[in-house]
Ligand binder design. Structure first.
Ligand SMILES: NC(=O)c1ccc[n+]([C@@H]2O[C@H](COP(=O)([O-])OP(=O)(O)OC[C@H]3O[C@@H](n4cnc5c(N)ncnc54)[C@H](OP(=O)(O)O)[C@@H]3O)[C@@H](O)[C@H]2O)c1
Length: 248
């Protein structure tokens, strides 16, 4: 199957990274220099945005939500399928801007470039299996039954790498503040995240925490400081604010 990626930004490239070994890729975007460069990397073809025929194509839409109208004005014909990764852009808005037999909303994250995205999906059930197959090439696909759930997932999976980056940087700075060399502190955090991935994949977080926290120990003391700083509350509020943005 050939996939047409519209856009040439960070997510277009992250997705192409995982998809190009399984699908023939075509890019459509406005920046010719960028198009030339990325097409070489992914052995893809490209077209410059402007009066493009999308008849029967399978499109992955990767532009900014505020560019939807301008971009769709340049597209003619009716696609077979549109997989849109535009945050907060509803199926209704997509269908009124771009003609396609089927429309899917997908919410991957930047880990797609490493085949490790958690991608939320919803939309036309007829192509549910196609959608799951495509996004499984860049990580794990999770089908949801409503757009509201996809918007909530956006606030966790889409934005999550930014939230975890904040945790990583804060831990790193904490190590430096206590006297560890920055390069050592950074390496400890990098390995910590790598080691945590298999742990969280098969254990409830509360059990991992309990297994590390001994009575009156170092972790118990550090954990109490996090609670004092209302870190749990802050993360829950972060998910709430991100979700609210998708509802505007
Ligand atoms: N970044 C994430 O972690 C993430 C995760 C999930 C979903 N998303 C969604 O992915 C989409 C793309 O995000 P991104 O991070 O890849 O952004 P990005 O790196 O800024 O790329 C945006 C792309 O949209 C193009 N574009 C913007 N305005 C345009 C216009 N008026 N006409 C034609 N093309 C236009 C840009 O073209 P130029 O390069 O020529 O400016 C670029 O190719 C967004 O809708 C976002 O909601 C992002």
């Amino acid at each position: 199957m050939k996939l047409t990626i519209i856009g040439s930004g960070a997510m277009a490239i992250a997705l192409a990274d995982g998809l190009s070994s399984n699908y023939k890729i075509e890019f459509i975007a406005r920046d010719e220099k960028k198009l030339k460069d990325i097409s070489k990397i992914f052995n893809a073809s490209y077209k410059i945005l402007g009066d493009n025929d999308i008849t029967d194509k399978n499109i992955i839409l990767c532009v900014k939500p505020n560019a939807l109208e301008a971009v769709c004005e340049e597209l003619n014909g009716s696609a077979r399928a549109v997989y849109s990764i535009l945050a907060g852009t509803t199926l209704k808005e997509l269908k009124s801007n771009i003609s396609s037999r089927y429309t899917i909303r997908a919410m991957p994250n930047v880990a797609a470039a490493f085949g490790a995205s958690a991608t939320a999906l919803t939309g036309d059930e007829v192509i549910k299996d196609d959608a799951i197959d495509i996004f499984s090439k860049v990580g794990e696909s999770i089908w949801l039954n409503s757009e509201k759930e996809l918007d909530i997932a956006t606030a966790i999976a889409g934005s999550g790498p930014a939230y975890l980056s904040l945790v990583a940087e804060a831990l790193m700075d904490g190590g430096v503040k206590q006297g560890l060399k920055r390069s050592d502190s950074m390496r400890f955090v990098q390995v910590l995240f790598g080691g945590f991935a298999p742990l969280i994949a098969s254990n409830h977080p509360a059990l991992i925490k309990d297994s590390v926290m001994s009575p009156a120990g170092t972790t118990a003391s550090g954990y109490a400081s996090l609670e004092e700083g209302r870190v749990r509350d802050s993360f829950m509020k972060a998910v709430e604010s991100a979700f609210k943005v998708t509802q505007k």
